[in-house]
Write a protein that binds this ligand. Structure first.
Ligand SMILES: [Zn+2]
Length: 102
């Protein structure tokens, strides 16, 4: 079962799942979804969207590419002092390396 997408947050992950489903592909989310700690991601945690059927990987990637192209991504709010990752305002720590917001 391939990991098809790494989401920055649960909302994004669910949107990807919905997009895949509308394309007839089944997927599910792993990560903080299971702990219920939405909005309180431990450093390094990954929200992954997994495709059930590996033979549909190419189709799933097409759907995700379209999804990403259509997304108006919110502007990042602050930049990590350690790794220079651009981080959304909903995060109190860098989602990439876990460094706390300065
Ligand atoms: Zn960082």
């Amino acid at each position: 079962m391939p990991l098809i997408y790494r989401a920055a947050n649960m909302v994004e992950a669910q949107l990807v799942v919905d997009e895949l489903q509308s394309g007839g592909l089944q997927s599910h989310i792993t990560g903080s979804y299971l702990s219920g700690a939405i909005g309180e991601l431990p450093p390094g945690d990954i929200i992954g969207v997994w495709l059930y059927e590996e033979q549909h990987t190419d189709r799933a990637r097409e759907i995700i590419d379209d999804f990403e192209a259509s997304q108006q991504r919110p502007a990042w709010d602050w930049q990590c002092a350690k790794c220079n990752e651009e981080v959304g305002r909903e995060f109190g720590a860098c989602w990439n390396c876990g460094t706390a917001k300065a």
